[in-house]
Design a protein around this ligand. Structure first.
Ligand code: BTN
Length: 260
């Protein structure tokens, strides 16, 4: 593995592999060597890139997008910390917004772990717990202009969004430059000094806040659907939905995709 000469505020290495199964697995393989907290693994291409949920893949053409994993060390960790993926999403959203300011107003965080441009997903987050590390995988569609038919109405890249907004020929973005923007924001939004602030900052970027939404609570595949107004995010990262006069909170489930 190569070490990239990139700014990492965690003072930990940023490893690069051209090709791997998944940066999550490559990162896991480092654990016997006790990697420093904040160690990053990035790759040009993954042949088994993992999405959330069983059998969900995260596929991207070589070199087009940003694919990376950050390893956060804990003395002992029994579960993904509350709001961890939301805070990670906020860091990614703020970094993308600063990277391409023209898109700022369109960027939001979709509960519990996606970043959106408009109503399409630009970034997915997968946090895995190994007992000593939270292995945090982040995939950002950066330069991809074509998506497979089945996700083409749900996915977007930074470059594609800029093309749609401004026309012309948008630049090919430097994925490593974007990685360098994200790392300091991850350090900020995940730090305990943000424990009292992340929620207020996140509320400003919550996808479909104040709108009518359809929500499927519980694990994927559940048949029950709830419709109501997305009120916001509770102190522990729970989703708040108002149905009639009652506000219900949820820790698992999925917002139904809204095609626009
Ligand atoms: C999702 O939205 O389903 C989560 C997608 C996470 C994708 C990233 S790409 C880098 C890292 N390595 C993986 O295999 N998955 C994550």
């Amino acid at each position: 593995m190569q070490i990239l000469n990139l700014n990492n505020p965690y003072q930990a290495p940023v490893y690069f592999v051209e090709h791997c199964d998944s940066t999550q697995s490559t990162a896991r393989n480092l654990i016997p060597n006790a990697p420093l907290s904040g160690t990053v693994v990035t790759a040009s291409y993954q042949n088994k890139g993992r999405g959330r949920g069983t059998n969900r893949l995260w596929t991207a053409k070589s070199g087009e997008n940003l694919l990376f994993t950050v390893m956060f060390h804990y003395e002992s960790v029994t579960a993904i910390p509350k709001a961890f993926t939301l805070r990670t999403g906020l860091a990614a959203a703020e970094a993308i917004a600063e990277f391409v300011p023209a898109l700022n107003a369109l960027i939001s965080v979709k509960w519990p772990n996606d970043v959106m441009i408009g109503s399409r997903k630009v970034c997915g987050i997968l946090a895995e717990n190994d007992g000593k590390y939270i292995i945090t995988g982040i995939g950002i569609n950066v330069n991809q202009l074509k998506f497979p038919e089945e996700i083409s109405r749900k996915a977007v890249s930074v470059r594609q969004a800029l093309l749609e907004l401004q026309g012309g020929i948008p630049p090919v973005f430097d994925t490593r430059g974007l990685l360098e923007q994200i790392l300091p924001r991850l350090q900020t939004y995940l730090s305990s000094s943000m424990d009292d602030q992340w929620n207020a900052l996140l509320q400003k970027r919550i996808y479909r806040r104040g709108e009518n939404v359809a929500f499927i609570p519980g694990q994927a595949g559940s048949a029950k659907k709830i419709e109501g107004i997305l009120e916001g995010i509770g102190p522990d990262g729970e989703l708040l939905i108002k149905t009639g006069t009652k506000i219900q909170s949820f820790i698992t489930g999925e917002l139904e995709h809204q095609y626009r």
